[in-house]
Each structure stands twice: as structure tokens, then as C-alpha cells.
Design a protein around this ligand. Structure first.
Ligand SMILES: [Zn+2]
Length: 278
């Protein structure tokens, strides 16, 4: 899934390509894509696109009075669509601009979960952004210390919880734990100000590095091409210490870690009942 750096770099590309361009038409192509009825999605027609911003993993197409909030979910992509096919494969919604032509939201895979919300006024505090925590890379040490103390969860789970911190997903949760030298299974309540400081630095650095890699590309990267230290690197040497990167597999995601850097050398069994995970 695209996470904060991929979405933010894509918003920058879209603003570069379409900023100031007038929306000529907006055409829903699937039954599932529109999540709101009021204001109507075409209320923005005739308005210039001020900019594309982000909030968490969402793209925000700012048309002034109204904003189109786009969630790409797992396989969604929003790209130029010069062909404008009548029934584009996996097509969800098309925006057509006066100068920049058409852009199409598509979604690969069978799960049709990508969505578009039309929102009036400031989108912050409105669905679907109303449940989001602060942008993950803006949280300071004091706020992170408070977050750790007020939640009871494994740190890897907490980092992916959009209500707590917005923008991190499976990949960055792995990368942040590794950079902070914390076990992904550490209980948040056991972590104090020192660990909070390590997490703040790790989040900042991981986001900056990913953003730099993503800004060097013409289009959003597939997850296999994103630079990582432990994510998707099971069996490979840890770039910090050379130990073998390990993984614990879950149905929907994989926790990757380096035993030497993160778990005092302990190899965690590949199931949730292991005593080391407690
Ligand atoms: Zn290591």
C-alpha cells in the first residue's frame, strides 16, 4: 500500500502537472468509488485545481470550495489517462482538466476499496479524515511519550494505527522499528522517553529517505522497488550489523526485524503464541 512518502511525492507531481488547471469534467466509472452524495462530485467542475495535498495516506485534490479526498487503498493508482477509453480496465473515476487532459483512478486486484469523497470547506475533521491522528512525521518527543503511555499495544501495531499516527503502514512500521532498534513486539506501555525520542528520529529519517527516493521517480513506486533495510528482506543481511533479517508472517502482513539490532539476538517464532512475543 502506498504510505505517506509515496502519497506525498505523488501529490507534488500532480500539483506540478495540474496546479491552476480548470476541471472540465469528473466522471464516476464504478458503483463503489463515490463515498459521498453531497456536495455532488461535479460541484468542482469549472474550478481550478489549487493544489494536491495529503493527509495520512489520502490525496486531497483542492478545488477551493470543495475538495476531492482520494484513498488509493492497496492497489489504487491515479495517473494520466490520454486514451480516455470508454470502459477503462479497473477504472473508478476520471477527472478531465482543460490543459492537462484526463487523469484516471484505477484499482488493481479484486478488492474494490479505493474511494473518493467530495467535501465542502476544510476537509480536516470531516469524513474520511475525521478519525486520523497527527501526521506521523510531525509528532515530537513529548507527544510521542504521551502516545506510548496512553496506549496498550505492540509498537508495530500502534505505528500502523491511523487513529494514532497518520501515514505509516506495514513497510514503514518495519523500517521505523529497525531504525529505532526496538522489537516490533515491544509493549508501548513499557517504552519511555528514550524510546519515544528514538521513534521520533526513526520516523523522521525513514520518511525523509523514502520521500527522496520517491521524488526521484516519475510515478508511484511498486512496493518491491521501495528502498528498505528489513522490509521484504527476510534472509538477507541486516545493513547495520550483518545478522540475518527475520520475519514473522501474519495473514495480511509480515513483520520483519533484525534479531541483533532489535530483540537482543532472540529469534521470534513464526506464530503469535510464542513466549518471546509477549
Ligand atoms: Zn542488525
Amino acid at each position: 500500500m502506498p504510505e505517506l512518502p509515496e502519497v506525498r511525492a505523488h501529490a507534488e507531481r500532480m500539483t506540478e502537472a495540474l496546479g491552476g488547471d480548470v476541471l472540465e469534467a469528473v466522471v464516476p466509472l464504478s458503483f463503489t468509488v463515490l463515498k459521498t452524495f453531497r456536495p455532488p462530485i461535479d460541484a468542482a467542475v469549472g474550478q481550478p485545481l489549487v493544489a494536491v495535498r495529503t493527509r495520512g495516506k489520502h490525496l486531497l485534490l483542492d478545488f477551493g470550495a470543495t475538495t476531492h479526498v482520494v484513498h488509493l487503498m492497496q492497489g489504487g493508482r491515479l495517473r494520466p489517462d490520454p486514451k480516455e477509453a470508454k470502459r477503462p480496465r479497473n477504472g473508478h473515476l476520471r477527472w478531465r482538466f482543460a490543459e492537462g487532459g484526463a487523469w484516471l483512478l484505477t484499482e488493481a486486484g479484486t478488492e474494490q476499496k479505493a474511494g473518493v469523497w467530495a467535501v465542502e470547506g476544510d476537509p480536516e475533521g470531516q469524513e474520511p479524515l475525521d478519525h486520523l491522528g497527527p501526521e506521523a512525521d510531525t509528532v515530537d518527543v513529548a507527544a510521542m511519550t504521551e502516545i506510548l503511555a496512553s496506549h496498550s499495544a505492540r509498537i508495530h501495531t500502534l505505528l500502523r494505527d491511523q487513529r494514532v499516527l497518520a501515514g505509516l503502514g506495514r513497510m514503514l512500521a518495519n523500517e521505523v522499528c529497525h531504525r529505532a532498534r526496538l522489537s516490533p513486539f515491544a509493549q508501548t506501555k513499557a517504552l519511555g522517553e528514550g524510546e519515544a525520542a528514538a521513534l521520533v528520529t526513526a520516523i523522521h529519517d525513514a520518511v525523509e529517505d523514502a520521500l527522496a527516493a520517491e521524488r526521484a521517480r516519475d510515478d508511484m513506486s511498486p512496493s518491491a522497488e521501495r528502498p528498505s533495510r528489513v522490509h521484504n528482506r527476510m534472509g538477507q543481511p541486516c545493513p547495520e550489523c550483518g545478522d540475518e533479517v527475520r520475519a514473522v508472517e501474519y495473514r495480511a502482513y509480515t513483520v520483519s526485524y533484525c534479531p541483533t539490532c532489535q530483540t537482543d539476538g532472540k529469534v521470534l517464532a513464526d506464530n503469535t503464541t510464542s513466549k518471546f512475543l509477549k
